[in-house]
Design a protein around this ligand. Structure first.
Ligand code: PEP
Length: 258
């Protein structure tokens, strides 16, 4: 049984003060601890991680990063290592978001190196995959997903303890308000899980959480989350407001109780 993970990707939004205000708004909205409460994660920009650490310590909310470097350290101006993130008590790191693939030349190969660095340094990677609109229209979705999984997990041992999370984020759905239908999401998630099963076996395939990302909102979250292979959400826009993020968390909690 996989616990839902509801993760916010703040991208390049918010300041330290806004991070503090968000935490003060979000935390009272969360239910008292229960077995059905999802894992909750916020991934702010690097300069906000210390504020997130302070604001969320001791609460139900974890914090993580939106990227990391594959090397342990060295002359990499502007980059951030896994060890630096661990020193801020980050638990997760997003790897290979489509914006990083499109704008910062991330490849499946660079993602594989980062995933290995994250895992060996004690961070849980959330590896993003997904097709563009052209690829979907060209019936290439499964080919793209397969390549992203095979190449992006090359040399990665995901194990059976759920350290690796995959986020299926169709590029055409990110920030557009046009989410995938729950049927489309389930089909892609089931395909990704089948790839994991083929390569790593049943136990690993069942342990890996597969999140849906792309215009998830309070209004469509329940429909997406009720699908058997959808194990949570990676949420951009709707994670910026405590009210909408908390509403998605509530949907996950209600579904977990069923
Ligand atoms: C994202 O940034 O990963 C994302 C899914 O954004 P949005 O929810 O705004 O589409």
């Amino acid at each position: 049984m996989r616990r839902f993970l509801i993760a916010g990707n703040w991208k390049m939004h918010k300041t330290v003060q806004e991070t503090e205000a968000f935490a003060a708004d979000l935390l009272p909205r969360l239910s008292a601890g229960s077995a059905s409460r999802p894992d909750i994660l916020i991934c702010p920009g690097f300069p906000l991680l210390a504020a997130a650490h302070k604001a969320f310590s001791g609460s139900a909310v974890s914090w993580g990063a939106q990227n990391c470097h594959a090397e342990a350290g060295g002359a990499y101006t502007g980059e951030v290592s896994v060890e630096m993130l661990k020193s801020l008590d980050c638990t997760y790191v997003i790897i290979g978001h489509s914006e990083r693939r499109a704008m910062f030349a991330e490849t499946n190969q660079s993602c594989a190196a980062k995933i290995k660095a994250a895992m060996s340094g004690g961070l849980k990677p959330i590896y993003c995959v997904g097709e563009t609109l052209e690829e979907r229209r060209g019936n290439l979705t499964n080919d793209v997903l397969q390549r992203q999984i095979v190449e992006g997990l090359d040399g990665v041992e995901p194990g059976v303890d759920g350290v690796l999370t995959i986020a299926y984020e169709p590029v055409w759905a990110i920030g557009t308000g046009l989410a995938a239908t729950s049927e489309m999401a389930e089909e892609a998630h089931a395909f990704i899980r089948a790839q994991l099963r083929d390569k790593h076996g049943e136990k690993t395939a069942e342990a890996v959480r597969i999140l849906y990302g792309g215009s998830m909102k309070p209004g469509n979250a329940a429909d997406l989350l009720k699908r058997p292979n959808v194990d949570g959400g990676l949420i951009g826009g709707a994670s910026l407001e405590a009210e909408s993020f908390a509403a998605i968390i509530s949907h996950a909690e209600a579904l977990a109780e069923h």
